[in-house]
Design a protein around this ligand. Structure first.
Ligand code: AP5
Ligand code: ZN
Length: 200
């Protein structure tokens, strides 16, 4: 299947996308991870870091290219972190067709709690949380890092950018009639079952 997973920063897109990619044997296409892996790359727009560490959107030209390339080589996929504004949504319509558009709905207090407690494994990319989900293995625990953009100030800016730019994208798919909303405020297994029920 070709799945689009929408949601605010911290809604659980990465957590659920990894599970979906495993369960359905499809590609996890994520602009956030792709940009983080190339944060200091010099482009005609400057480096991705300049935008990301401030919580701003990286210019469309750069991001569209990443997605176009990733989707052209993928049979099935779950798309995470894109589109983030209406112009990206328009571009996506030109390059692919979607089977499911799913919106993970999570309230703002819970988003902030999830983002400020998030930890990442730099070696595997696995996502953890200081309260909700920590690895048992000491070696893994010790190498966990916080994302550069998970500080309180930047989190606030990311939520603002989301409201201004990405909330209209959700409305666009809702008006089109393709959006299915999922309550994302439950444990990860329950949320996964809700998403899988839609994909089936
Ligand atoms: P990106 O990496 O996409 O960040 P984001 O959209 O802000 O989303 P997050 O990754 O923060 O949250 P998530 O929904 O994946 O949640 P997660 O599963 O990790 O983008 C980063 C930056 O890159 C942007 O700011 C921008 O600069 C740039 N960028 C990316 N795409 C772009 C684009 N298209 N255009 C322009 N610029 C772009 O979960 C969060 C935490 O909650 C974790 O700790 C997790 O363990 C925990 N958690 C998850 N699910 C649950 C649950 N059910 N219960 C309890 N805890 C949970
Ligand atoms: Zn993510």
């Amino acid at each position: 299947p070709r799945i689009l997973l929408l949601g605010a920063p911290g809604a659980g897109k990465g957590t659920q996308s990894k599970r979906l990619a495993d369960a359905y044997d499809i590609e996890h296409v994520t602009t956030g991870d792709a940009l983080r892996a190339n944060k200091d790359m010099e482009t005609e727009y400057g480096t991705p870091r300049e935008y990301m560490d401030a919580g701003e959107l990286v210019p469309d030209g750069l991001v569209n290219e990443i997605v176009n390339e990733a989707l052209s080589s993928a049979d099935g996929y779950v798309l995470d972190g894109y589109p983030r504004n209406l112009s990206q949504a328009e571009y996506l319509t030109e390059i692919t067709e979607l089977d499911a558009v799913i919106y993970l709905n999570v309230g703002e207090d819970e988003l902030v709690r999830r983002l400020t407690g998030r930890r990442m494994d730099p070696e595997t990319g696995d996502i953890y949380h200081t309260e909700f989900n920590m690895p048992d293995d000491d070696e893994i625990r010790e190498r966990l890092v916080q994302r550069d953009d998970d500080t309180e100030d930047v989190v606030r800016e990311r939520l603002r950018v989301y409201e201004d730019n990405t909330a209209p994208v959700i409305e666009h798919y809702r008006e089109e009639g393709s959006l299915v909303e999922v309550d994302g405020e439950a444990d990860p297994d329950t949320v996964f079952d809700r998403i899988a029920a839609i994909v089936e």
